[in-house]
Design a protein around this ligand. Sequence first.
Ligand SMILES: Cc1cc2nc3c(=O)[nH]c(=O)nc-3n(C[C@H](O)[C@H](O)[C@H](O)COP(=O)(O)OP(=O)(O)OC[C@H]3O[C@@H](n4cnc5c(N)ncnc54)[C@H](O)[C@@H]3O)c2cc1C
Length: 406
Amino acid sequence: MKESKKILIIGGGAAGFFAAIRAAENPSYQVSILEKSDKLLSKVRISGGGRCNVTQACFRKSQFLKAYPRGAKLLKVAFDEFDAKSTMDWFEKRGVQLKTEADGRVFPESDNSQTIVSCLLSEARRLGVDIEMNAGLEKIKPLLEGGFEIWVNGEMRFADKVLIATGGASKMAQYQYLYELGLKIEKPVPSLFTFALNDESLRALAGVSVSEVNLRAMGVEDAGAMLITHKGLSGPAVLRLSAFAALDMAKQNYTFPLFVNCLPQQNQEELREILLNARKDNLRKQMGKFSPFKEIPLRLWNLFLLRLRIAPSQIWADTTHKVINQLVEQLANLSLQVKGKNTFKEEFVTAGGVALENIDFKTMQSAKYPGLFFAGEILDIDGVTGGYNFQAAWTTGFLAGRAMAE
Ligand SMILES: Cc1cc2nc3c(=O)[nH]c(=O)nc-3n(C[C@H](O)[C@H](O)[C@H](O)COP(=O)(O)OP(=O)(O)OC[C@H]3O[C@@H](n4cnc5c(N)ncnc54)[C@H](O)[C@@H]3O)c2cc1C
């Protein structure tokens, strides 16, 4: 009997499992997952606060792609084959009921990531995927006659096709074995972090949020909600900015000026008008007790007064034209100094990794080494929060698995 061909999947995470399951649908291949740790799908398990935000229910491709600071070009092609709708269908066909929250995030109806983990494990088991744990890839050598030699725990093995799905990594050294193959690696840096600020007056406002601000740093702008925390700033706008400016912020060692427009819906002329009217209509009111902007919580309004050395007890009648102009500047262009980064609910992704220029976008195969495939966060692809990172893992895993078993 002809021996079946061997597919080795390196990494038992979201991308690795998705690829293994798709590849194992072709019984002519023997599919194995090698996982370095003693845990499978560990990030799926802890993801989304233990609920697993599987994907984002946004079905306009152009809109979906805007969530990826890196990798949108590859995903534009890949999503034609397998997108968010395909992911939802895939899980639902296998008995996982999903629900979509108001902001588009998709979770299992159970609100428990174990539902996703169990689905992936039982599919892999049903299709006969062999799983080996405590088996870390150390080195890989492409053979002239085809196939690969793989070193795992000091032992050499053979595989016809190999998928590297080892996830993100924080240090260049972790990509060394790929670098030695002459593959281009984009320097890994963290993405999706919050901003650390050493600002006592801001710290006093921990818990205050503004539903729509415009943030500007390092030539990048983003809009959305912002939350003041006891360590600095967080919230969707901050996380998005951290993703889109991840490379430059790393170069600046996370020390950079940040400009916040707390009222982006109005231009400076309109803000001035509102302030002048507020003065006219509230002559005897104390400034610290009355903010003319319902979007700005009173505690934050008082921070602006503090920064301009205006006593909260000052009445509006005593506000000069100069002070009105200074207030406009503060509201539209609050200048802060970021002094570092913090993690967001321990969630982060790696920007950088295996460069996309030598990867076939429909198969995830390396142009340099036929038979060698890549999927998931090891690639220089990352998205903002909201299910986009898993979607990239499912899509690239699916395409790699399908191509490997062709
Ligand atoms: C706390 C947290 C919460 C998150 N929540 C969400 C969310 O809700 N939604 C979302 O879209 N994204 C989320 N993400 C991001 C998402 O988890 C990742 O983008 C996704 O898991 C990437 O999948 P992957 O398979 O490429 O890598 P991973 O899930 O990291 O899997 C890689 C696997 O490879 C193994 N491995 C590494 N090196 C080797 C080696 N040399 N040999 C063998 N095995 C190896 C690792 O042990 C690991 O099991 C979250 C991330 C974190 C950290």
